[in-house]
Ligand binder design. Structure first.
Ligand code: TRP
Length: 450
């Protein structure tokens, strides 16, 4: 991975696989492992997955290619990239920076829960398969006052430390070991979960759509989840794409990254939902689903404690390789445009995110009676504003800027390295960026307002 830290000569990714891993590292995170299973559980299982897939194909791949192409063309941060295409549109990058700011503030709270579960798994405290006990344990953690805030602080400090030091050698090298490690572990655990007695109901719940469960709320959640999971709509892939060399195959990368991301999300779903049915939980139980079902599955496995420790470590790593990309989008902007020192920018932004995150954390406990948007507590409101409003809005504006302001001809020229590589779907992609993406996002927005 290139050193995002330097400001003299702009560096590039070490290798093609280095970019794919770093971009997948950004995409694969708590969104896949924690959020996807509970979103699916909450939104009728198969109905959600079906809508997710449709949006992934129509909007996900399309915008992934658009963001990476825009980034490589301009070789700039999110705001700088829009500004270079047209001064009038620089604010779109600004919306992205705001989204990143909001997301990391509560993302870090969840990252903190993961750290706490690593410690719990070392102590053997998780070796129980009783639904009540595990649910109670999770509720105690997130409903507490100080404990979750302390872990939230630890996660934020870890993220800040990596970003201050530059994400150079460390992350690219470790990604090469840890990402495949995550994949292998998740397959093993999924096999165990799917073979639990009673698990078949969970597999069916996740994979067989019940069409009557598809409501506008489900579609809006799926749209938000595609953006969140693929790290789209806030300039994150613009920033990562800006470190690409001119000979990378963008159409290929934009296909591989979403495939990896979706594969991990589905596997996470195939761990959590079968376990939900096997142990008799409610699929709609919400954000605790991963933290309650995983320990129950581990308790049913040989070397369960060891698996728990390793697995929660891998989740932490996946979360960190995403959180650094969120922080980097904000930091890159402040460093470039306000000419602030990197360490100062990271400290200031990190501290502010930490403070907002405190409220998100408390809203699962002492502040749970405060509701902001549609009965949602602070935590869920932040997620709703960022994932379901700011990211899709950022995606809509990205379509307009790339499709109409910059123009798909120029974009395709960049994406195909001046016609040197094949991109047979280019005409289809143009239609998706110019018409399908903007229209689909607008319709979902308008419908969900009514
Ligand atoms: N995609 C990450 C996840 O699934 C989170 C993330 C990282 C993100 N960068 C982003 C989400 C940019 C939206 C935009 O956990």
């Amino acid at each position: 991975m290139a050193n995002l830290n330097q400001n003299t000569e702009r560096e590039q990714w070490g290798s093609k696989i280095g970019f794919i891993l770093a971009a997948s590292g950004s995409a694969v995170g708590l969104g896949n492992l924690w959020k996807f299973p509970y979103m699916a559980g909450k939104n009728g299982g198969g109905a959600f997955v079906l809508v997710y897939f449709i949006i992934l194909f129509l909007v996900g791949f399309t915008l992934m290619l658009a963001e990476i192409t825009l980034g490589r063309h301009t070789q700039l941060n999110a705001i700088g990239a829009y500004k270079k295409i047209s001064k009038k549109w620089a604010w779109v990058g600004g919306l992205g920076v705001l989204a990143g700011f909001i997301i990391l503030s509560y993302y870090s709270v969840v990252g903190g829960w993961v750290i706490n579960y690593i410690i719990k798994s070392f102590s053997g405290a998780l070796q129980v398969s009783d639904a009540e006990v595990l649910g109670g344990m999770f509720g105690n953690l997130i409903g507490g006052t100080w404990e979750p805030i302390i872990y939230h602080a630890i996660f934020m400090i870890m993220t800040m430390t990596i970003v201050i030091g530059g994400i150079g050698g460390g992350i690219e090298k470790s990604s090469k070991i840890l990402m495949p490690g995550l994949f292998i572990m998740i397959v093993i655990v999924a096999i165990r979960a799917m073979t639990l007695p009673g698990a078949v109901e969970g597999i069916k719940y996740l994979l067989i759509p019940n069409f009557s469960a598809i409501t506008i709320g489900v579609v809006l959640d799926a749209l938000g989840q595609v953006f969140f999971s693929l790290s789209l709509g806030m300039g994150c892939m613009i920033t990562y794409g800006s470190y690409l060399s001119k000979d990378t195959n963008i159409p290929e990368s934009s296909t591989v990254i979403p495939l990896i991301d979706t594969g991990v999300a589905l596997l996470a779903g195939l761990i959590v939902l079968p376990a939900v049915f096997a142990f008799g939980y409610e699929p709609s139980a919400g954000p605790g689903l991963l933290f309650i079902t995983l320990p129950a599955v581990f308790a049913q496995m040989p070397f369960g404690t060891l698996f728990a420790i390793l697995f929660f470590f891998l989740i932490l790593f996946a979360a960190l390789s995403s959180s650094i990309s969120l922080l980097e989008v904000c930091v890159a902007y402040v460093v470039d445009e306000w000419k602030v020192k990197r360490a100062v920018a990271v400290s200031g932004i990190g501290l502010a995110m930490f403070v907002i995150g405190i409220f998100a954390s408390l809203s699962n406990g002492p502040l749970s009676n405060i509701t902001i948007i549609g009965g949602r507590n602070i935590f869920d409101s932040l997620d709703f504003v960022a994932s379901n409003i700011l990211l899709p809005l950022g995606g809509l504006l990205l379509c307009i800027v790339v499709g109409w302001v910059w123009g798909t001809d120029k974009a395709i020229k960049e994406a195909t390295n001046d016609g040197k590589i094949g991109f047979s779907l280019a005409p289809f992609w143009s239609i998706l960026v110019k018409y399908v993406g903007p229209v689909a996002i607008t319709i979902v927005f308008i419908r969900s307002l009514i």
